[in-house]
Structures are given as structure tokens and as C-alpha cells.
Design a protein around this ligand. Structure first.
Ligand code: AVI
Length: 317
């Protein structure tokens, strides 16, 4: 038996031992998964990225002003999960234009992604001060408590929607903990809307989202020496306007056994049994107010796109 040490192996052993079986969407993002997610963001059905871009384009100066009281004396703009920074560049340019003194501190667990981002920023915004933080979010948030000066923390792209209700509260409490009275938090929330549009965003006609979901099995084949046969798996997604949750599943189309050599385990799947792989929650503005209040935050300002699809919400302690 191979030595089961990796976090992924432990997660898979636990998740496939549950009923219903579950795997976390956290593991979607290997290199292939990250490339597929880039493609998803350009799909005609996937509106959230375009909607948040529109907010940054339409409300740039007001957004910059709402984050700046965080420190007229100079502040840190901390971004959790900066990615390629495309949206943030609009905000950074605006802050540079208004001559606010600040340092941009992108946080990402991947050193490779961070180097790419920092190189791009140095080229495109040479006047910007950048202090990259290569850590996981929890470590970065703990460090934030001891940072000098005030800060504005960004958590964009509706990533908050990928937490379940209990983890969401935990995470928001961790975000709120290091905030002083002058600090600000900006969170992107995807809003509830026509249920058919929401469902289509997670089940696109070209099948890119299906490939994104199924790629998790390819990852397990490669990293845990598993033998999932992708011909016997389907992507399925539903949206419940009652709970605001898009749930994504991998569906076993026949009774089958899958060998996972790294765990020295064989897992049985019944025909049409599912693995629940992702939640993407959608919110209403009153729910966002209630959520903020529950973790001791207040809503300072809400920015939405013209269609009301998405909200970037400025919060304070
Ligand atoms: C990263 N996250 C906000 C995306 C979402 O919309 O939940 C991930 C995604 N899953 C399927 N499509 C996009």
C-alpha cells in the first residue's frame, strides 16, 4: 500500500466514505481545472464574471473612495484569491489615479500564480507597490491581525458562494476578526435571479462546466492512481430557488467499482449514485445584511451592475 499522506488522499477517503458521497470543489483547481475555469468565465452563459467587471468599470471611483477611508495615511489592499488580477487592475488603476497611498497585497497559495501576477503588475502598473503573500487564506488572515496600518480586504468573484452555510459563517468571522474600525472588506456576491439563467451558467451548451467537474476524476486518476472511467460518469447540476444553492454532482451512469490504489481501497458506486462536488450559493440583499449582522459586520455600501445580477458589498466592523 502507498503511504497515504496527502491532504487530497485524506479528503477523498473521507468524502467517498460518506453517504451521499462528497468531494470538495476546492480540488477542481489543478492546472487543467484552472484553465477550464478561465474558459468558464468567458462562456456566454456564465454571467457572474462579466457582471462583476461591469461593477468595477461603472463604479470604479466610488468603489475606490469606499475602500480608501481605510487609510488616508496609506493602507494595505489585501486580496484573497487574486487569480490573474484582471478585475482588481481596474480598481488599482483608479486608486493610483486618485494618488491614494497604498500597497497591494495579493494572497495566493500558489507561488507560480503569484509570480505571474506580480510580473504582470510590475509591467502594467509600474507605480504600484506590491507585497505578495504566498500563504493559504487562514494563515494570511491570522498574519493580518499584526499588520501595521489600516487595510481593505477583497474577496471577489462570488467565491463566498462556494462555502456551505456553516463554513461561510466561520470564514466571515475569520475575515472580520482582524478588522479595526477604519478597515473595510469588499465581498462579491452573486444575486438570486431567473432560476433558468442561474442553472444554465452551471450547465453550459459547450460542456465546459461538465469538463471542469469531470476533471476532478482525472485528477484522482493521476494523483491517487485511481481508475475512474470517465465514459461512465456525467455532470449534473440543479438550482433550488428555495435554498439559493446551485449543486453540482458527478453521476455514475452504471453500477461500478473504482480502484483507488493510493488509498488501497475499492469504492462501490450504484447505478445513478452521485458524488456531490460543488455548492454555489446565490443571495438576496436582505440575506447579505443578515449574514453581515450575524458575524458582527455592517454593510457600508452596495454596488450592483445595471441588471442587478451581482453585488460587490463594502462591509466594516
Ligand atoms: C469559483 N467559483 C466562484 C465558481 C462559481 O461560480 O461557483 C466556480 C464554478 N463552478 C462552476 N462554474 C464556475
Amino acid at each position: 500500500m502507498l503511504n497515504v499522506t496527502t491532504e487530497l488522499a485524506q479528503h477523498v477517503a473521507e468524502g467517498l466514505g460518506k453517504m451521499p458521497k462528497t468531494l470538495s470543489s476546492m480540488y477542481f483547481y489543478d492546472d487543467a481545472g484552472s484553465r477550464l475555469f478561465q474558459q468558464i468565465m468567458d462562456l456566454p452563459e456564465y454571467y457572474p464574471t462579466r457582471a462583476e467587471f461591469a461593477i468595477f468599470r461603472e463604479h470604479g471611483p466610488a468603489l475606490a473612495a469606499a475602500l480608501s477611508p481605510a487609510g488616508s495615511d496609506g493602507f494595505s489592499l489585501v486580496e484573497l484569491g487574486a487569480g490573474d488580477g484582471a478585475k482588481t487592475k481596474l480598481l488599482l488603476s483608479e486608486l493610483l489615479r486618485t494618488a491614494t497611498a497604498f500597497t497591494y497585497a495579493p494572497v495566493d497559495i500558489s507561488a507560480g500564480a503569484m509570480t505571474g501576477l506580480v510580473d504582470t503588475l510590475r509591467r502594467e502598473l509600474p507605480a504600484l507597490r506590491v507585497a505578495p503573500v504566498v500563504e493559504d487564506y487562514a494563515t494570511a488572515l491570522t498574519q493580518l491581525r499584526t499588520w501595521p496600518g489600516s487595510k481593505a480586504v477583497l474577496f471577489l468573484g462570488s467565491n463566498i458562494g462556494n462555502f456551505g452555510p456553516a463554513e461561510r459563517l466561520d470564514f466571515l468571522r475569520q475575515l472580520a476578526a482582524p478588522l479595526g474600525p477604519a478597515d473595510r472588506l469588499l465581498i462579491g456576491f452573486d444575486l438570486q435571479k431567473d432560476p433558468r439563467r442561474i442553472r444554465a451558467a452551471y450547465d453550459d451548451a459547450q460542456g465546459v462546466t461538465a469538463a471542469f467537474n469531470l476533471n476532478l476524476l482525472t485528477r484522482l486518476n493521476r494523483e491517487l492512481d485511481a481508475d475512474f472511467d470517465l465514459a461512465h460518469w456525467q455532470h449534473y447540476t440543479d438550482y433550488s430557488p428555495l435554498t439559493g444553492a446551485v449543486r453540482s454532482f458527478l453521476v455514475s451512469t452504471c453500477a461500478q467499482q473504482v480502484r483507488i490504489a493510493a488509498l488501497d481501497e475499492t469504492v462501490d458506486f450504484a447505478a445513478w449514485e452521485i458524488i456531490h462536488t460543488e455548492n454555489s450559493f446565490k443571495f438576496t440583499l436582505p440575506q447579505i445584511e443578515a449574514l453581515a449582522a450575524e458575524v458582527g459586520l455592517r454593510v457600508v455600501e452596495v454596488f450592483t451592475d445595471a441588471s442587478g445580477d451581482f453585488a460587490d458589498v463594502v462591509l466594516a466592523a
